[in-house]
Write a protein that binds this ligand. Structure first.
Ligand code: ADP
Ligand code: GLC
Length: 487
Protein backbone atom coordinates (compact mmCIF):
# COMPACT_ATOMS: atom_id res chain seq x y z
CA UNK A 1 0.00 0.00 0.00
CA UNK A 2 1.31 3.41 -0.98
CA UNK A 3 0.54 5.71 1.97
CA UNK A 4 1.37 9.41 2.22
CA UNK A 5 1.74 10.73 5.78
CA UNK A 6 1.20 14.49 5.96
CA UNK A 7 2.24 16.58 8.95
CA UNK A 8 3.76 19.95 9.79
CA UNK A 9 6.38 18.65 12.22
CA UNK A 10 8.49 15.54 12.54
CA UNK A 11 10.85 14.41 15.29
CA UNK A 12 13.83 14.88 15.48
CA UNK A 13 13.93 17.63 12.84
CA UNK A 14 11.17 19.92 14.05
CA UNK A 15 9.07 19.48 17.19
CA UNK A 16 6.70 21.58 19.26
CA UNK A 17 4.90 18.69 21.00
CA UNK A 18 3.73 15.10 20.83
CA UNK A 19 2.57 15.41 17.22
CA UNK A 20 6.22 15.41 16.11
CA UNK A 21 7.02 12.31 18.15
CA UNK A 22 4.18 10.44 16.46
CA UNK A 23 4.86 11.79 12.96
CA UNK A 24 8.52 10.81 13.44
CA UNK A 25 7.88 7.23 14.57
CA UNK A 26 4.88 6.14 12.50
CA UNK A 27 6.52 6.09 9.03
CA UNK A 28 9.27 3.63 9.99
CA UNK A 29 6.72 1.55 11.95
CA UNK A 30 4.59 1.35 8.78
CA UNK A 31 7.62 0.42 6.67
CA UNK A 32 8.27 -2.39 9.16
CA UNK A 33 4.72 -3.65 8.46
CA UNK A 34 5.51 -3.79 4.74
CA UNK A 35 3.66 -0.60 3.93
CA UNK A 36 5.14 1.71 1.27
CA UNK A 37 4.84 4.82 3.47
CA UNK A 38 6.27 8.21 2.55
CA UNK A 39 5.89 11.57 4.23
CA UNK A 40 5.02 15.05 3.02
CA UNK A 41 6.32 18.07 4.92
CA UNK A 42 6.50 21.84 4.46
CA UNK A 43 9.99 23.06 3.57
CA UNK A 44 10.84 24.72 6.89
CA UNK A 45 14.61 25.29 7.23
CA UNK A 46 14.98 22.48 9.80
CA UNK A 47 13.19 20.02 7.50
CA UNK A 48 15.21 20.94 4.40
CA UNK A 49 18.39 20.59 6.42
CA UNK A 50 17.43 16.98 7.23
CA UNK A 51 16.64 15.94 3.64
CA UNK A 52 19.45 14.11 1.85
CA UNK A 53 20.06 13.74 -1.89
CA UNK A 54 16.97 15.76 -2.85
CA UNK A 55 15.66 15.54 -6.40
CA UNK A 56 13.01 17.77 -7.90
CA UNK A 57 9.89 15.80 -8.83
CA UNK A 58 7.62 18.61 -10.00
CA UNK A 59 5.85 21.79 -9.06
CA UNK A 60 2.40 23.27 -8.71
CA UNK A 61 0.94 26.76 -8.47
CA UNK A 62 -1.06 28.42 -5.70
CA UNK A 63 -4.19 30.55 -6.22
CA UNK A 64 -2.19 33.68 -5.32
CA UNK A 65 0.42 32.97 -7.97
CA UNK A 66 3.28 31.38 -6.05
CA UNK A 67 5.08 28.37 -7.51
CA UNK A 68 5.78 25.46 -5.15
CA UNK A 69 8.63 23.09 -5.94
CA UNK A 70 8.35 19.51 -4.69
CA UNK A 71 11.58 17.80 -3.65
CA UNK A 72 12.00 14.11 -2.88
CA UNK A 73 14.75 12.65 -0.72
CA UNK A 74 15.55 10.58 2.34
CA UNK A 75 15.24 11.56 5.99
CA UNK A 76 18.06 9.65 7.71
CA UNK A 77 17.15 11.14 11.09
CA UNK A 78 13.71 9.49 10.91
CA UNK A 79 14.93 6.19 9.45
CA UNK A 80 15.54 3.07 11.54
CA UNK A 81 18.33 0.80 10.34
CA UNK A 82 17.49 -0.29 6.83
CA UNK A 83 13.96 1.12 7.07
CA UNK A 84 14.67 4.33 5.15
CA UNK A 85 12.00 7.00 5.44
CA UNK A 86 11.54 8.97 2.21
CA UNK A 87 9.93 12.38 2.12
CA UNK A 88 8.43 14.90 -0.24
CA UNK A 89 9.18 18.44 0.86
CA UNK A 90 7.41 21.55 -0.41
CA UNK A 91 9.81 24.34 -1.25
CA UNK A 92 8.11 27.73 -1.14
CA UNK A 93 10.49 30.17 0.58
CA UNK A 94 7.83 32.89 0.79
CA UNK A 95 5.73 30.56 2.95
CA UNK A 96 8.13 28.36 4.84
CA UNK A 97 11.59 29.90 5.01
CA UNK A 98 11.09 31.00 8.62
CA UNK A 99 13.24 29.45 11.36
CA UNK A 100 11.94 28.44 14.78
CA UNK A 101 8.35 27.64 15.65
CA UNK A 102 6.48 26.53 12.51
CA UNK A 103 3.22 28.29 13.42
CA UNK A 104 4.10 31.57 15.14
CA UNK A 105 6.68 34.34 15.16
CA UNK A 106 9.18 35.17 17.89
CA UNK A 107 6.49 37.18 19.73
CA UNK A 108 4.28 34.06 19.85
CA UNK A 109 1.81 35.55 17.32
CA UNK A 110 0.45 33.12 14.72
CA UNK A 111 1.69 34.02 11.23
CA UNK A 112 -1.02 35.99 9.40
CA UNK A 113 -0.66 33.83 6.27
CA UNK A 114 -1.03 30.47 8.05
CA UNK A 115 -4.11 29.64 5.97
CA UNK A 116 -1.94 29.91 2.84
CA UNK A 117 0.98 28.02 4.35
CA UNK A 118 -1.15 25.03 5.33
CA UNK A 119 -3.55 25.13 2.38
CA UNK A 120 -0.43 24.60 0.30
CA UNK A 121 0.39 21.52 2.37
CA UNK A 122 -3.11 20.14 1.69
CA UNK A 123 -2.83 20.76 -2.05
CA UNK A 124 0.65 19.23 -2.10
CA UNK A 125 -0.84 16.01 -0.72
CA UNK A 126 -3.64 15.98 -3.29
CA UNK A 127 -1.12 16.49 -6.12
CA UNK A 128 0.94 13.56 -4.84
CA UNK A 129 -2.18 11.40 -5.04
CA UNK A 130 -2.81 12.54 -8.59
CA UNK A 131 0.37 12.13 -10.55
CA UNK A 132 2.70 14.97 -9.62
CA UNK A 133 5.43 12.38 -9.10
CA UNK A 134 5.30 10.18 -12.19
CA UNK A 135 7.05 7.32 -10.31
CA UNK A 136 4.87 7.10 -7.18
CA UNK A 137 1.39 8.21 -6.29
CA UNK A 138 -0.39 7.83 -2.96
CA UNK A 139 -3.19 5.28 -2.73
CA UNK A 140 -4.26 6.80 0.58
CA UNK A 141 -3.44 10.10 2.25
CA UNK A 142 -3.12 10.13 6.04
CA UNK A 143 -3.18 13.66 7.47
CA UNK A 144 -2.29 14.79 10.97
CA UNK A 145 -3.89 17.75 12.75
CA UNK A 146 -5.41 20.90 11.26
CA UNK A 147 -2.21 21.87 9.41
CA UNK A 148 -2.80 18.96 7.04
CA UNK A 149 -6.59 18.99 7.24
CA UNK A 150 -7.26 20.68 3.92
CA UNK A 151 -5.97 17.61 2.09
CA UNK A 152 -9.21 15.60 2.51
CA UNK A 153 -11.18 18.56 1.08
CA UNK A 154 -8.77 18.92 -1.87
CA UNK A 155 -9.02 15.17 -2.52
CA UNK A 156 -12.82 15.21 -2.26
CA UNK A 157 -12.96 17.91 -4.92
CA UNK A 158 -10.55 15.94 -7.09
CA UNK A 159 -12.43 12.68 -6.44
CA UNK A 160 -15.64 14.27 -7.68
CA UNK A 161 -14.02 14.61 -11.13
CA UNK A 162 -12.28 12.04 -13.28
CA UNK A 163 -9.33 9.88 -12.26
CA UNK A 164 -8.76 7.58 -9.29
CA UNK A 165 -10.69 8.14 -6.06
CA UNK A 166 -8.11 8.42 -3.31
CA UNK A 167 -9.31 7.90 0.27
CA UNK A 168 -8.02 9.92 3.20
CA UNK A 169 -7.65 9.55 6.95
CA UNK A 170 -7.62 12.53 9.23
CA UNK A 171 -6.04 12.02 12.65
CA UNK A 172 -7.01 14.48 15.36
CA UNK A 173 -4.13 14.94 17.77
CA UNK A 174 -5.89 17.78 19.54
CA UNK A 175 -9.40 19.03 18.80
CA UNK A 176 -8.69 22.30 20.61
CA UNK A 177 -6.40 23.60 17.84
CA UNK A 178 -8.66 24.04 14.84
CA UNK A 179 -7.08 26.38 12.30
CA UNK A 180 -9.95 28.88 12.04
CA UNK A 181 -9.54 31.88 9.71
CA UNK A 182 -11.57 34.83 8.47
CA UNK A 183 -13.94 34.00 5.59
CA UNK A 184 -12.33 36.54 3.25
CA UNK A 185 -9.35 34.14 3.08
CA UNK A 186 -11.44 31.42 1.46
CA UNK A 187 -10.41 32.53 -2.06
CA UNK A 188 -6.78 31.66 -1.21
CA UNK A 189 -7.65 28.03 -0.56
CA UNK A 190 -8.31 27.18 -4.21
CA UNK A 191 -11.50 25.27 -3.38
CA UNK A 192 -14.90 25.59 -5.08
CA UNK A 193 -17.52 27.77 -3.36
CA UNK A 194 -19.66 24.87 -2.14
CA UNK A 195 -16.90 23.82 0.26
CA UNK A 196 -17.60 27.01 2.23
CA UNK A 197 -20.89 25.66 3.57
CA UNK A 198 -22.33 23.99 6.66
CA UNK A 199 -21.66 20.57 5.10
CA UNK A 200 -18.11 21.62 4.32
CA UNK A 201 -15.62 23.80 6.21
CA UNK A 202 -17.82 26.73 7.25
CA UNK A 203 -17.78 27.18 11.02
CA UNK A 204 -19.85 30.00 12.53
CA UNK A 205 -19.23 32.13 9.45
CA UNK A 206 -15.48 31.43 9.42
CA UNK A 207 -13.34 28.86 7.62
CA UNK A 208 -12.13 25.94 9.69
CA UNK A 209 -9.37 23.61 8.56
CA UNK A 210 -10.32 21.17 11.34
CA UNK A 211 -13.87 21.04 10.02
CA UNK A 212 -12.61 20.44 6.49
CA UNK A 213 -10.74 17.38 7.76
CA UNK A 214 -13.72 16.14 9.77
CA UNK A 215 -16.20 16.68 6.92
CA UNK A 216 -14.23 15.26 4.00
CA UNK A 217 -11.92 12.55 5.34
CA UNK A 218 -12.97 9.00 4.48
CA UNK A 219 -12.20 8.06 8.06
CA UNK A 220 -11.31 10.01 11.20
CA UNK A 221 -9.04 8.70 13.91
CA UNK A 222 -7.87 10.15 17.15
CA UNK A 223 -5.02 9.15 19.39
CA UNK A 224 -6.80 7.18 22.11
CA UNK A 225 -10.08 5.24 22.36
CA UNK A 226 -11.34 7.30 25.32
CA UNK A 227 -10.72 10.63 23.55
CA UNK A 228 -12.60 9.26 20.52
CA UNK A 229 -15.65 8.91 22.79
CA UNK A 230 -15.12 12.16 24.73
CA UNK A 231 -15.01 14.39 21.65
CA UNK A 232 -18.53 13.28 20.77
CA UNK A 233 -19.84 15.04 23.91
CA UNK A 234 -20.61 18.74 24.24
CA UNK A 235 -18.13 19.05 27.16
CA UNK A 236 -15.14 17.92 25.10
CA UNK A 237 -16.36 18.43 21.54
CA UNK A 238 -14.96 21.97 21.14
CA UNK A 239 -18.11 22.92 19.21
CA UNK A 240 -17.68 20.03 16.75
CA UNK A 241 -19.29 17.21 18.73
CA UNK A 242 -22.43 17.31 16.57
CA UNK A 243 -20.42 16.64 13.42
CA UNK A 244 -18.35 13.99 15.22
CA UNK A 245 -21.52 12.20 16.30
CA UNK A 246 -22.76 12.25 12.72
CA UNK A 247 -19.47 10.66 11.67
CA UNK A 248 -19.31 8.25 14.63
CA UNK A 249 -19.28 5.14 12.45
CA UNK A 250 -16.16 6.43 10.67
CA UNK A 251 -14.39 7.59 13.84
CA UNK A 252 -12.05 5.43 15.91
CA UNK A 253 -9.29 5.76 18.46
CA UNK A 254 -5.85 4.24 17.91
CA UNK A 255 -3.59 4.62 20.92
CA UNK A 256 -0.23 6.28 20.36
CA UNK A 257 2.91 4.30 21.08
CA UNK A 258 6.42 5.01 22.34
CA UNK A 259 9.47 5.03 20.10
CA UNK A 260 11.77 2.65 21.91
CA UNK A 261 14.81 3.82 19.98
CA UNK A 262 14.34 7.29 21.49
CA UNK A 263 12.72 6.59 24.88
CA UNK A 264 14.46 3.70 26.57
CA UNK A 265 16.50 4.18 29.79
CA UNK A 266 18.73 1.21 28.92
CA UNK A 267 20.02 2.83 25.71
CA UNK A 268 19.26 6.56 26.11
CA UNK A 269 22.36 8.54 25.12
CA UNK A 270 21.11 11.60 27.01
CA UNK A 271 21.59 9.83 30.33
CA UNK A 272 24.79 9.78 32.37
CA UNK A 273 23.65 6.55 34.04
CA UNK A 274 21.61 4.05 32.03
CA UNK A 275 19.40 1.51 33.72
CA UNK A 276 16.68 -1.03 33.16
CA UNK A 277 13.92 -2.79 35.04
CA UNK A 278 16.32 -5.34 36.52
CA UNK A 279 18.83 -2.81 37.84
CA UNK A 280 17.73 0.66 38.87
CA UNK A 281 20.98 1.81 40.48
CA UNK A 282 21.53 4.20 37.58
CA UNK A 283 18.16 5.78 38.19
CA UNK A 284 19.10 6.78 41.73
CA UNK A 285 22.32 8.36 40.41
CA UNK A 286 20.40 10.27 37.75
CA UNK A 287 18.12 11.57 40.47
CA UNK A 288 20.80 12.78 42.85
CA UNK A 289 22.75 14.32 39.92
CA UNK A 290 19.60 16.18 38.91
CA UNK A 291 18.93 17.37 42.46
CA UNK A 292 22.48 18.74 42.60
CA UNK A 293 22.19 20.38 39.17
CA UNK A 294 18.95 22.11 40.09
CA UNK A 295 20.01 23.16 43.60
CA UNK A 296 17.51 20.88 45.32
CA UNK A 297 18.40 19.05 48.52
CA UNK A 298 20.39 16.02 47.42
CA UNK A 299 18.44 13.18 48.99
CA UNK A 300 17.78 9.90 47.22
CA UNK A 301 14.87 9.25 49.58
CA UNK A 302 12.93 12.45 48.89
CA UNK A 303 10.30 11.63 46.26
CA UNK A 304 10.85 13.76 43.17
CA UNK A 305 7.68 14.84 41.36
CA UNK A 306 8.25 16.18 37.85
CA UNK A 307 6.46 17.93 35.01
CA UNK A 308 7.68 18.07 31.40
CA UNK A 309 5.11 20.06 29.52
CA UNK A 310 3.93 22.87 27.38
CA UNK A 311 2.64 25.37 29.94
CA UNK A 312 -0.95 25.73 28.72
CA UNK A 313 -4.46 25.58 30.08
CA UNK A 314 -4.84 21.99 28.80
CA UNK A 315 -2.19 20.55 31.09
CA UNK A 316 -3.86 21.32 34.44
CA UNK A 317 -0.85 23.14 35.88
CA UNK A 318 -2.92 25.36 38.20
CA UNK A 319 -3.61 22.13 40.14
CA UNK A 320 0.13 21.54 40.50
CA UNK A 321 0.55 25.08 41.84
CA UNK A 322 -2.44 24.90 44.22
CA UNK A 323 -1.41 21.50 45.54
CA UNK A 324 2.30 22.30 45.84
CA UNK A 325 2.21 22.52 49.67
CA UNK A 326 1.01 18.89 49.73
CA UNK A 327 4.32 17.86 48.10
CA UNK A 328 6.48 20.18 50.18
CA UNK A 329 4.89 19.41 53.55
CA UNK A 330 5.41 15.67 53.03
CA UNK A 331 9.10 16.15 52.26
CA UNK A 332 8.83 15.78 48.47
CA UNK A 333 10.34 17.86 45.70
CA UNK A 334 8.95 19.32 42.47
CA UNK A 335 10.90 19.88 39.25
CA UNK A 336 9.19 21.51 36.28
CA UNK A 337 10.53 21.79 32.72
CA UNK A 338 8.26 23.81 30.51
CA UNK A 339 7.51 26.91 28.53
CA UNK A 340 4.49 28.70 27.19
CA UNK A 341 1.97 30.72 29.16
CA UNK A 342 3.78 33.70 30.74
CA UNK A 343 1.68 33.67 33.93
CA UNK A 344 2.43 30.01 34.56
CA UNK A 345 6.13 30.61 33.88
CA UNK A 346 6.08 33.43 36.44
CA UNK A 347 4.17 31.35 38.99
CA UNK A 348 6.67 28.47 38.82
CA UNK A 349 9.61 30.90 38.90
CA UNK A 350 8.17 32.44 42.06
CA UNK A 351 7.62 29.07 43.77
CA UNK A 352 11.18 28.00 42.95
CA UNK A 353 12.46 31.24 44.54
CA UNK A 354 10.33 30.71 47.64
CA UNK A 355 11.33 27.05 48.12
CA UNK A 356 14.75 26.72 46.46
CA UNK A 357 15.60 23.39 48.09
CA UNK A 358 12.32 21.72 47.19
CA UNK A 359 11.08 23.36 44.01
CA UNK A 360 13.00 23.89 40.77
CA UNK A 361 11.84 25.34 37.49
CA UNK A 362 13.68 25.15 34.16
CA UNK A 363 12.01 27.47 31.69
CA UNK A 364 12.32 26.54 28.05
CA UNK A 365 12.16 23.70 25.62
CA UNK A 366 15.04 21.25 26.02
CA UNK A 367 14.90 17.74 24.57
CA UNK A 368 18.08 16.55 26.29
CA UNK A 369 17.01 17.86 29.67
CA UNK A 370 13.55 16.27 29.26
CA UNK A 371 15.13 12.81 28.99
CA UNK A 372 17.18 13.46 32.11
CA UNK A 373 14.10 14.64 34.00
CA UNK A 374 12.22 11.40 33.27
CA UNK A 375 15.26 9.39 34.35
CA UNK A 376 15.51 11.31 37.62
CA UNK A 377 11.80 11.37 38.38
CA UNK A 378 9.79 9.30 40.86
CA UNK A 379 6.37 10.64 39.86
CA UNK A 380 5.38 12.18 36.52
CA UNK A 381 2.53 14.64 36.98
CA UNK A 382 -0.01 14.95 34.15
CA UNK A 383 -3.21 16.34 35.75
CA UNK A 384 -4.65 17.51 32.43
CA UNK A 385 -8.03 19.14 31.96
CA UNK A 386 -8.22 17.16 28.70
CA UNK A 387 -5.63 14.95 26.99
CA UNK A 388 -6.07 13.37 23.54
CA UNK A 389 -3.37 10.83 24.36
CA UNK A 390 -0.45 12.26 26.26
CA UNK A 391 3.04 10.88 25.83
CA UNK A 392 4.81 12.03 28.98
CA UNK A 393 2.90 9.60 31.22
CA UNK A 394 4.09 6.77 28.94
CA UNK A 395 7.67 8.10 29.00
CA UNK A 396 7.33 8.24 32.81
CA UNK A 397 6.26 4.58 32.88
CA UNK A 398 9.17 3.51 30.67
CA UNK A 399 11.64 5.42 32.88
CA UNK A 400 10.34 4.02 36.18
CA UNK A 401 8.50 7.18 37.20
CA UNK A 402 4.93 6.49 38.33
CA UNK A 403 2.45 8.71 36.49
CA UNK A 404 -0.07 10.69 38.50
CA UNK A 405 -2.79 11.61 36.03
CA UNK A 406 -6.38 12.71 35.71
CA UNK A 407 -8.79 10.07 34.38
CA UNK A 408 -9.30 11.69 30.98
CA UNK A 409 -8.51 10.86 27.34
CA UNK A 410 -5.41 8.81 26.72
CA UNK A 411 -4.32 9.18 30.34
CA UNK A 412 -7.29 7.00 31.32
CA UNK A 413 -6.25 4.45 28.69
CA UNK A 414 -2.60 4.17 29.73
CA UNK A 415 -2.40 4.39 33.54
CA UNK A 416 -3.98 2.02 36.08
CA UNK A 417 -4.67 3.43 39.50
CA UNK A 418 -3.05 1.74 42.49
CA UNK A 419 -5.46 0.19 44.97
CA UNK A 420 -5.51 -3.08 46.90
CA UNK A 421 -7.05 -4.96 44.00
CA UNK A 422 -4.68 -3.65 41.30
CA UNK A 423 -1.69 -4.10 43.61
CA UNK A 424 -2.75 -7.67 44.13
CA UNK A 425 -3.26 -8.51 40.46
CA UNK A 426 -0.11 -6.60 39.36
CA UNK A 427 -1.98 -4.21 37.09
CA UNK A 428 -1.28 -1.03 39.14
CA UNK A 429 1.03 1.42 37.35
CA UNK A 430 0.35 4.85 38.87
CA UNK A 431 -2.20 7.19 40.42
CA UNK A 432 -5.41 8.31 38.77
CA UNK A 433 -7.84 10.95 40.07
CA UNK A 434 -11.19 11.93 38.65
CA UNK A 435 -12.30 15.49 39.28
CA UNK A 436 -10.52 18.54 37.98
CA UNK A 437 -10.30 20.10 41.42
CA UNK A 438 -7.46 20.47 43.86
CA UNK A 439 -8.99 18.28 46.60
CA UNK A 440 -9.05 15.20 44.38
CA UNK A 441 -5.56 16.01 43.07
CA UNK A 442 -4.23 16.38 46.64
CA UNK A 443 -5.67 13.00 47.60
CA UNK A 444 -3.77 11.42 44.71
CA UNK A 445 -0.55 13.10 45.88
CA UNK A 446 -1.12 11.73 49.38
CA UNK A 447 -1.67 8.25 47.97
CA UNK A 448 1.65 8.59 46.11
CA UNK A 449 3.41 9.38 49.38
CA UNK A 450 1.66 6.47 51.11
CA UNK A 451 2.87 4.03 48.46
CA UNK A 452 6.36 5.55 48.47
CA UNK A 453 6.65 4.64 52.15
CA UNK A 454 5.86 1.00 51.27
CA UNK A 455 8.98 0.46 49.20
CA UNK A 456 8.40 -3.11 48.11
CA UNK A 457 4.93 -2.22 46.80
CA UNK A 458 6.35 0.89 45.14
CA UNK A 459 9.02 -1.16 43.41
CA UNK A 460 6.48 -3.70 42.24
CA UNK A 461 4.23 -1.02 40.72
CA UNK A 462 7.25 0.61 39.10
CA UNK A 463 8.32 -2.67 37.54
CA UNK A 464 4.84 -3.30 36.14
CA UNK A 465 4.92 0.14 34.48
CA UNK A 466 8.43 -0.30 33.08
CA UNK A 467 7.43 -3.60 31.47
CA UNK A 468 4.56 -2.14 29.41
CA UNK A 469 5.68 -2.05 25.80
CA UNK A 470 3.46 0.65 24.20
CA UNK A 471 5.06 -0.67 21.04
CA UNK A 472 4.68 0.86 17.61
CA UNK A 473 4.25 -2.53 15.94
CA UNK A 474 0.74 -2.94 17.32
CA UNK A 475 -0.27 0.70 16.70
CA UNK A 476 1.03 0.47 13.12
CA UNK A 477 -0.89 -2.78 12.65
CA UNK A 478 -4.11 -0.96 13.58
CA UNK A 479 -3.33 1.74 11.02
CA UNK A 480 -2.48 -0.74 8.26
CA UNK A 481 -5.72 -2.66 8.89
CA UNK A 482 -7.60 0.60 8.53
CA UNK A 483 -5.70 1.51 5.33
CA UNK A 484 -6.58 -1.88 3.85
CA UNK A 485 -10.25 -1.45 4.61
CA UNK A 486 -10.31 1.96 2.92
CA UNK A 487 -8.25 1.33 -0.21
P1 ADP B 1 1.41 17.69 23.83
O1 ADP B 1 1.65 17.17 22.47
O2 ADP B 1 -0.02 18.03 24.11
O3 ADP B 1 2.32 18.80 24.22
P2 ADP B 1 2.37 15.06 24.70
O4 ADP B 1 2.48 14.50 26.07
O5 ADP B 1 1.68 14.27 23.68
O6 ADP B 1 1.69 16.49 24.88
O7 ADP B 1 3.80 15.33 24.08
C1 ADP B 1 4.67 16.28 24.59
C2 ADP B 1 6.04 16.04 24.00
O8 ADP B 1 6.79 17.24 24.09
C3 ADP B 1 6.83 14.98 24.74
O9 ADP B 1 7.79 14.43 23.85
C4 ADP B 1 7.54 15.83 25.82
O10 ADP B 1 8.70 15.21 26.31
C5 ADP B 1 7.86 17.06 25.01
N1 ADP B 1 7.98 18.30 25.78
C6 ADP B 1 6.99 19.05 26.30
N2 ADP B 1 7.48 20.15 26.88
C7 ADP B 1 8.81 20.08 26.75
C8 ADP B 1 9.90 20.92 27.14
N3 ADP B 1 9.68 22.05 27.80
N4 ADP B 1 11.15 20.55 26.80
C9 ADP B 1 11.37 19.39 26.14
N5 ADP B 1 10.40 18.56 25.74
C10 ADP B 1 9.14 18.90 26.04
C1 GLC C 1 -1.43 16.37 20.95
C2 GLC C 1 -2.13 16.04 22.25
C3 GLC C 1 -1.45 14.94 23.04
C4 GLC C 1 -1.03 13.80 22.14
C5 GLC C 1 -0.18 14.33 20.99
C6 GLC C 1 0.30 13.25 20.04
O1 GLC C 1 -0.45 17.31 21.09
O2 GLC C 1 -2.28 17.20 23.06
O3 GLC C 1 -2.34 14.46 24.04
O4 GLC C 1 -0.29 12.85 22.86
O5 GLC C 1 -0.93 15.24 20.24
O6 GLC C 1 -0.77 12.54 19.49
Amino acid sequence: MRILQVSAEIFPLLKTGGLADIAGALPAALLAQGCDARVLLPGFPAILAGLTDPVRVGSFGTPWGESVEVLFGALPACSKGDLIVYAYVLVAPGLYDRPGNPYEDANKHPYSDNHRRFATLGWGAAHLAHGLDTHWSAELVHCHDWHAALAPACLAVWNAGQGPRVPSIYTIHNLAYQGVFWPQNFGDLGLPGYVFSMQGMEYHGQISFMKAGLSYASHITTVSPTYAREIQTSEQGCGLDGLLRVRASQLSGILNAVDDSVWNPATDSHLAHRYDVRNLTGKVRNKTDMQATMGLTVDADAPLFTVVSRLTEQKGLPLVLSGLDEIISHGGQLLVLGNGDTQLEQAFTLQAKMHPLQVAFRKGYDEDFAHRVFAASDVTLVPSRFEPCGLTQMYGLKYGSLPLVRRVGGLADTVTDTDLETLDDHSATGFVFDDFEVGDYRRAIRRAFALYRRRSDWNRVRQCGMRIAFDWASAAQHYTNLYKSLI
